[in-house]
Structures are given as C-alpha cells and as structure tokens.
Design a protein around this ligand. Structure first.
Ligand code: GDP
Length: 145
C-alpha cells in the first residue's frame, strides 16, 4: 500500500477560484502536501498525461481543456493515499458523486470535474514524476524526500 497520490486542480476550478477551498478539504482529510505547483500544461503535455485515454472520444476535448488555463498539481501523502483520495474526490461524473465529496461540491460536469486523483499506486508514481523532481518534494521536517 503506497502513501502518495497525485492530484491536479483542473482549469474550471482554478477559474472559479476554488483552489483554496479544495486544498482545505484535502488537508482537513489528513493529507500532507509534499509538493505543489501552479503551471500551464501545453497541449502536448496534456496529451502525454492522459495518453491512456487516447482512444476515447473525448481525448481531444479533454486535452484542450486541460491545457486551456493553468492547473495546480500536488503530491499528497497519507497512509492508503490513492484509495482514500479517490473516496474524498468522489465519482468521475459529479452527478454520481456522494454528498460532501470534492467533485460534488466543486465540479462543473463530467469533464470539468474539479480535480484529478491517481487511480493506482503505480500510476501515482508515474504521475508524480511527470510533475515533480526529487528536489521539489519535502518531508514534514523540511528535508528532501
Ligand atoms: P477519473 O479517474 O475519475 O479522473 O476518470 P477517468 O480516468 O475515467 O477519466 C479521466 C478524465 O477524463 C476525467 O476525470 C474527466 O475529466 C474526463 N472524462 C471522463 N469521462 C468523460 C466523458 O465521458 N466525457 C468527457 N468530455 N470527459 C470525460
């Protein structure tokens, strides 16, 4: 069981200025932020991140959306991080997300669903390395990971 997951706060949630509220939900749920940055993905970077979905009909629209304005990416640490974070964010489609979940509270629709959360420990490692080097991740005492 891994102890990290990768989240992104997606473009619409950034535009609506929900970042602070979302980060508060995350830390209130017991996650510690190891690393965080705001950046704008290029179309090519968004395509690389979502490569597993390249055959899906929404791939073009999704990668246009994800590169439309900046996102916030963060590495979150907690025991059982991947599973616990998926519970905290709720279902992909906010219409199916449970009350109180981040997507229920802050998503706009199935594509603009407020946040990303890794779906396995293996993908968490890959996604964390996509955004962060070892020099950008910190332990609670301030030392490098
Ligand atoms: P997740 O793991 O809950 O993020 O869901 P998926 O891995 O299935 O999909 C990745 C992302 O693609 C989702 O978070 C949405 O932003 C987007 N997405 C998923 N399904 C659809 C869809 O049916 N239509 C559109 N436009 N976007 C979708």
């Amino acid at each position: 069981m891994g102890n990290i997951t990768l989240t992104m706060i997606k473009p619409t949630a950034i535009k609506k200025n929900y970042a602070g509220n979302i980060i508060e939900k995350i830390t209130d749920a017991g996650f510690r932020i190891q690393a965080i940055k705001m950046m704008r993905l290029s179309k090519a970077e968004a395509e690389k991140f979502y490569e597993v979905h390249k055959e899906r009909p929404f791939y073009g629209e999704l990668t246009d959306f994800m590169s439309s304005v900046p996102i916030i990416a963060a590495v979150l640490e907690k025991k059982n991080a991947v599973e616990d974070y998926r519970k905290l964010i709720g279902a992909t489609n906010p219409e199916n997300a449970e009350e109180g979940t981040i997507r229920k509270l802050y998503a706009t629709n199935i594509q603009e669903n407020a946040v990303h959360g890794s779906d396995s420990d293996e993908n968490a490692e890959i996604e964390v390395s996509f955004f962060f080097s070892k020099k950008e991740r910190f332990n609670a005492d301030g030392s490098l990971i």
